[in-house]
Design a protein around this ligand. Structure first.
Ligand SMILES: NC(=O)c1ccc[n+]([C@@H]2O[C@H](COP(=O)([O-])OP(=O)(O)OC[C@H]3O[C@@H](n4cnc5c(N)ncnc54)[C@H](OP(=O)(O)O)[C@@H]3O)[C@@H](O)[C@H]2O)c1
Length: 339
């Protein structure tokens, strides 16, 4: 039994670096091992971010077999999440897996089954749901502090300039705006309005048949509605608003990890909303702290990112992809179509 949580990072790409930086801000967190497909990448990552004694593994198998690792953070492309989470769970490790949990609902259900079978903690790395400002707004809405929510607008996007073969433009690795960015507006609406009753989408597709720009219209409980967008081709707003019968909550650029939000009642002055707890790094630290809190409490899923919520959003994304005509080879329907 140690007094810290030993983290192992699987893959050394862009988000793995951001996560490792934030992990330094988290009490009782220690980066004890890194796994990469290549020894050089693992060693360079350890030299930059590792705690003293942190080990570099030249394979993901080596990482998950490391006895110092309590939790594996899976930071590979979406299409490989199930394979890599399976490695970790079968080796007896807890798992924090990057978003989207998998490419489709069938894979996600399989990952949740594996976690249950091995009695390990599993959470999708939906850091937005662990963010102190987002949590404060959600709590405020639940308490009726802002009135009755009627409309959510949320957008995430940027101009993607990635070389061919990069995960974000490679259909085989799960390319597309919905899974990469649209998952945030979609999850935001779910957090603020509850499960969608109806979702309709339209999209602009690339030559390789993945969604570059997508617009989603949603209907929620009590007749509330949402307009949600994501873009790989534009300098999009990256903001969100929640309009209620009493006023407006505004989240600034980078709405999924906002420094603050502003509540303006129809009959009053704007009020700045800060978070329910201090921000740890960019907010990825709060996600890691939530994992550690759950592990200390003996939980196998987080109340902030419960499996059912992750699975619900994946079901929604499967349905939205059917509507816009985007399919991955991992989709059951693709296998049917190809026999
Ligand atoms: N939470 C967030 O804000 C956030 C932001 C960005 C991305 N993400 C998610 O995190 C995941 C990784 O995104 P990223 O932007 O970090 O991707 P990335 O920069 O392309 O890195 C992915 C890493 O995965 C490993 N990998 C294993 N097999 C691979 C393959 N066949 N092709 C390419 N890479 C492979 C590589 O690490 P090694 O070479 O070391 O093995 C690579 O560096 C995605 O699922 C994405 O949706 C989350």
């Amino acid at each position: 039994m140690t007094d810290h949580t030993g983290w192992g990072i699987l893959a050394t790409g862009r988000i793995a670096r951001s996560f490792a930086r934030d992990l330094r801000e988290v009490a009782d967190a220690r980066l004890v091992a890194v796994g990469s497909r290549t020894a050089g990448s693992a060693e360079a990552f350890v030299a930059e971010y590792g705690a003293p004694g942190c080990r570099a593994h030249a394979s993901y198998d080596g990482l998950v077999a490391d006895p110092a690792v309590d939790v594996v953070y899976v930071a590979s492309p979406h299409a490989l999440h199930l394979e890599h989470a399976r490695l970790a769970l079968e080796a007896g490790k807890h798992v924090l897996c990057e978003k989207p949990l998998t490419l489709n609902i069938a894979e996600a259900e399989e990952m949740v089954r594996l976690a249950r079978r091995h009695d390990r903690f599993l959470m999708e790395a939906m850091w937005m749901a662990c963010h102190p400002v987002i949590r404060g707004i959600r709590d405020g809405l639940a308490e009726g502090r802002f009135g009755r929510p009627r409309q959510v607008h949320a957008d995430l996007g940027f101009v993607v300039e990635a070389p061919p073969g990069s995960r974000i433009v490679e259909l085989g690795l799960g390319a597309g705006a919905l899974l990469d960015m649209g998952i945030y507006p979609l999850t935001f609406a779910d957090l603020m309005l509850g499960p969608a009753e109806e979702l309709r989408a339209t999209a602009g597709l690339s030559n390789d048949a993945f969604d570059e720009d997508i617009a989603i219209a949603g209907r929620y409980a009590d007749g509330a509605v949402a307009a949600l967008t994501a873009s790989m081709t534009s300098v999009s707003p990256r903001t969100a608003t929640i309009a209620t019968d009493r006023g407006l909550v505004e989240l600034p650029v980078g709405f999924h990890h906002p420094p603050h939000a502003v509540w303006t009642p129809a009959d009053g002055e704007p009020e700045t909303l800060s978070g329910v707890e201090p921000l740890l790094g960019t907010g990825l630290g709060n996600e890691a702290a939530e994992v550690q809190r759950c592990l200390r409490a003996g939980l196998r899923e987080s109340p902030l990112v419960p499996h059912e919520q992750t699975l619900r959003i994946l079901r929604q994304m499967d349905d939205l992809r059917r509507q816009i005509g985007v399919a991955y080879s991992a989709d059951p329907a693709s296998h049917d179509a190809t026999g």
